[in-house]
Design a protein around this ligand. Structure first.
Ligand code: FAD
Length: 560
């Protein structure tokens, strides 16, 4: 059975677990009524099932290639992208004044979930473009907005994000690309960027690169970085693609997966660029794009987990070994565990999207802080879920999981990078226990109060499950108190397990909500709360151990 986009599951979450209602209750998103949401999810699911999923294997089997300096995409990708563009799917959350639909991220991210499950490597292109639209909308001059936004929003042009250089990965401040004033308001950009997703393609009429670079004499580190728009073709007087800019695709990276997405080494050879935002404020502007993309990458992990889970369940029902393997306890354990994990990760990510929407619609500081707190959790946990579930799906397939023709290995190979790009999951954990706890834990405690209140409300109907969730929230509260009182090094040594534990407890809270709303969801919630939630205790024990044990072994003791 082919991939089926989980519109029904998403709809349930938006109705009962992380409701869309408060979002559509704001003036800004009043058009996002339940009827519209349902119609959009249904249409997006149709696109995913009938257009995107059928080309997913093509990306793996016939990767994007570089031909005479131009990227040629995998068979069927151009037609599939046309359907994305013609359906207006790039424009879902873009500003209405430039042709966008102005809908909430709750819906946009739900669509990314489904698109990622259908064809991850293609979904990455509109995700990058949407991030660029948001960055330009917030930071660019009116002239740049008028020139670029309508074309990006319509999907006629695509956007990319150029941070990484060979010596500047997580430490973006180490980048060396230069931007020298041309004296006419433009800049000459010179340098090499690596790992640029969709740095070139034959899908769109122009490709707009947002590039981080340094002005002459700029301060060292991130403070000296500015942001520039450098299009592949410089728009002419009518705003149409004109003269070719001095930008080259040097090569495509050879990757473990995600072969349908061209990952480019880009050379900027005095390319003409326009500054976006203020000099020296490039990182802040790029963060607008990155935050959006971080949640989009969370959806990538979740979407692939969904697809892998579906494939494994179907295989287990058909494969006969001492009867259908779906009847064996260990196989069933894997399948139910996968399904429960996907639900938890999806609910967390949609809760983050909801907080982003509420924050932008109301400018309420608590919503803004909640969105900021949930972003690293959604990104790291969503992508870990993608890896874990696709790896388990391979196990369910037995030897056939290791054989490429079943396609299940592709899920794992494709999704693996999601834990690495858009800020590695290690960087997400540092962000959580550093900047996101810098408020003394206030945003975290507000979420813990919500979890405890949810457990209290469930005590009458589901006392055992409610008690487990309540007790886990208490343990997490103690660990949070410990975290906020520690030195940075000790927090960081426990950041990754703390993040995972937070996600586990929050996931259990959402499962409990689902079980309260629909008795049919109780079995899945019970599985998660009894079998998966307990892992939070060992994660928190590790989280609270501090840095001493980590540094007790010297590099020499590690074998250097
Ligand atoms: C397929 C693919 C597509 C990509 N697309 C893009 C793109 O479109 N645009 C773009 O600009 N970049 C892109 N990237 C780059 C990506 O964002 C980087 O690979 C990522 O940020 C990590 O940087 P790095 O690879 O240099 O790893 P490093 O920074 O060298 O990290 C190596 C390890 O050290 C850890 N680490 C590093 N610093 C710290 C620290 N201070 N504390 C704790 N741990 C730390 C990391 O977590 C990681 O585990 C892409 C990468 C890939 C593989």
């Amino acid at each position: 059975m082919p991939y089926r986009a989980p519109a029904g599951d998403i709809q349930f979450i938006l109705d009962h677990v992380v409701p869309l209602a408060p979002v559509s209750g704001t003036a800004r998103f009043s058009e996002a009524t339940p009827d519209l949401a349902e119609a959009i999810l249904t249409e997006a699911a149709k696109l995913c099932d009938t257009v995107l999923a059928p080309v997913q294997r093509n990306g793996d089997l016939t990767p994007a290639r570089l031909e005479n300096g131009v990227v040629r995409t995998s068979p069927g990708f151009a037609e599939a992208f046309d359907a994305i563009r013609d359906g207006g799917w790039v424009s879902v959350c873009a500003p209405a004044e430039y042709g966008g639909m102005g809908l909430p991220q709750c819906l946009n991210m739900a669509i990314h979930d489904m698109m990622s499950g259908a064809c991850l490597s293609l979904q990455l292109s509109p995700l990058m473009t949407q991030g660029q639209i948001e960055a330009l909308d917030h930071h660019a001059s009116d002239e740049l907005k008028a020139l670029y936004l309508p074309k990006l929003i319509s999907g006629e042009w695509a956007g990319t994000m150029n941070l990484t250089e060979a010596q500047a990965g997580s430490d973006v401040g180490a980048l060396r690309t230069k931007a020298e004033p041309n004296g006419d308001g433009t800049y000459a950009i010179t340098g090499q960027k690596i790992f640029i997703s969709w740095g070139d393609s034959d899908l769109t009429g122009n490709i707009c690169h947002l590039v981080l670079a340094r002005l002459p004499g700029a301060a060292a580190g991130t403070k000296g970085i500015s942001l520039f728009m450098a299009p592949k073709f410089i728009p002419d007087a009518d705003g149409n693609p004109g003269e070719a800019n001095a930008i080259k695709v040097v090569s495509l990276e050879h990757k473990m997966g995600l072969h349908g997405s061209p990952t480019c080494v880009m050379a900027y050879e005095g390319a003409t660029g326009w500054m976006v935002g203020e000099a020296g404020k490039g990182m802040a502007a790029m963060f607008t794009m990155m935050n959006n993309a971080r949640l989009g990458v969370a959806m990538q992990g979740i979407g692939v987990a969904e697809a892998a889970c579906q494939a494994a369940t179907e295989y287990a029902a058909e494969r006969q070994q001492f009867g259908a393997i779906i009847g064996h306890a260990d196989v069933r354990r894997m399948l139910v565990g996968m399904r429960a994990d996907v639900f938890a990760a999806r609910s967390i990510a949609l809760a983050c999207a909801q907080a982003i929407d509420m924050g932008s619609a109301t400018e309420d500081a608590d919503w803004v802080a909640r969105a900021a707190f949930l972003t690293p959790i959604a990104k790291a946990f969503g992508t870990e879920t993608g890896m874990r579930v696709s790896e388990t799906a391979m196990q369910v397939h037995g030897g056939m999981g290791f054989i490429e023709e079943t396609g299940v290995a592709q899920f794992y190979r494709d999704v693996r990078v999601t834990a690495i790009y858009e800020g590695t999951n290690g960087i997400q954990a540092m962000d959580l226990v550093g900047r996101k706890l810098a408020d003394g834990g206030e945003a975290a405690y507000r979420i813990l109060e919500e979890i405890e209140a949810g457990a209290e409300a469930a005590r009458g109907a589901l006392p055992d499950l409610a008690e487990e969730v309540w007790a886990a929230a208490e343990t997490l509260r103690e660990a949070t108190e410990w975290m906020v009182s520690q030195a940075p090094q000790d927090r960081q040594a426990g950041g990754a397990p703390y993040l995972r534990a937070f996600a586990r407890v929050l996931g259990a809270h959402f499962h409990l909500r689902a079980a309260m709303a629909d008795a049919g969801r109780q079995a899945l919630a019970a599985y998660y709360i009894r079998r998966t939630l307990p892992q939070h205790a060992s994660d928190l024990a590790e989280a609270r151990d501090g840095a001493d044990t980590v540094f007790a072994l010297s590099p020499e003791a590690l074998g250097l």
